[in-house]
Design a protein around this ligand. Structure first.
Ligand code: AMP
Length: 229
């Protein structure tokens, strides 16, 4: 399956994309993770992207589209993928469609995780990321832990999760990303999922919605989440 995730920053796209990709045995590609890693490593891409991330603005399309289309050519994408954080505007969506059409492929599902803005903001301001490996945690999920359960790195707030940057990211979402709901709706591939429950509840709802559209098998969708690949 080739899926893209849509929804406000803080809607749970990363978490659910990871679960879905593991369930389907395909790769999850997060443009935000790619850019953050590049910034940490101070590669040419990282130096180009850094100021945009810090301001909560979109990295220019010519940079982002190039990164994604190159990544999609890797052999591990042949079986499918879950894109998390891309596309973020109509230009990116059209470029993705063109590239896939050239391979006789298409986006099978545009999964929209809907949450009220106040829920998204609460999740964003609460989350912490590992400054070493980039893993993300809900603040209430790690309790008082100050270090990453996976690698021992220090947990910090993402610089762009500060309130003033979050406000800018929400503006960008409204102006640039929200129109994608209509774009994928018109193509008949939009799958709406209530994103307000627990991780488990949302994942079950997501699989159920995909099953209803025949995008995952019945037996597969009935398996308990997290127990399968
Ligand atoms: P995310 O982790 O998806 O919230 O992305 C963090 C930041 O990375 C965004 O605020 C943008 O600055 C940048 N970014 C991620 N994905 C894209 C994209 N598809 N287009 C442009 N910028 C992006």
């Amino acid at each position: 399956m080739r899926a893209v995730m849509l929804g406000l920053p803080g809607a749970g796209k990363g978490t659910q994309a990871e679960r879905l990709a593991a369930h389907l045995g395909v790769v999850r590609i997060s443009t935000g993770d790619i850019f953050r890693q590049a910034v940490r490593d101070q590669t040419p891409l990282g130096r180009q992207a850094q100021a945009y991330l810090e301001r909560g603005e979109l990295v220019p399309d010519e940079v982002t589209v190039g990164v994604v289309l190159e990544r999609l050519q890797a052999p591990d994408c042949r079986a499918g993928f879950v894109l998390d954080g891309f596309p973020r505007n109509l230009t990116q969506a059209r470029r993705l469609d063109e590239a896939l059409a050239g391979l006789k492929q298409q986006v099978d599902a545009a999964i929209y995780l809907s949450v009220p803005e106040e829920v998204a903001v609460r999740r964003i301001t609460g989350r912490r990321v590992c400054s070493r490996c980039g893993a993300t945690y809900a603040a209430d999920g790690v309790g008082p832990a100050a270090s990453c359960p996976q690698c021992g790195g220090t947990l910090v707030q993402r610089p762009d999760d500060r309130e003033e940057v979050v406000r800018q990211r929400l503006r960008v979402y409204e102006n640039e990303t929200r129109p994608l709901l209509e774009y994928y709706g018109a193509r008949g591939v939009r799958v709406d999922v209530d994103g307000t429950g627990t991780v488990e509840e949302v994942f079950r709802a997501l699989l159920s919605a995909l099953r209803q559209r025949g995008l995952v098998g019945t037996a597969e969708a009935a398996r308990r989440p997290g127990t399968s690949r």
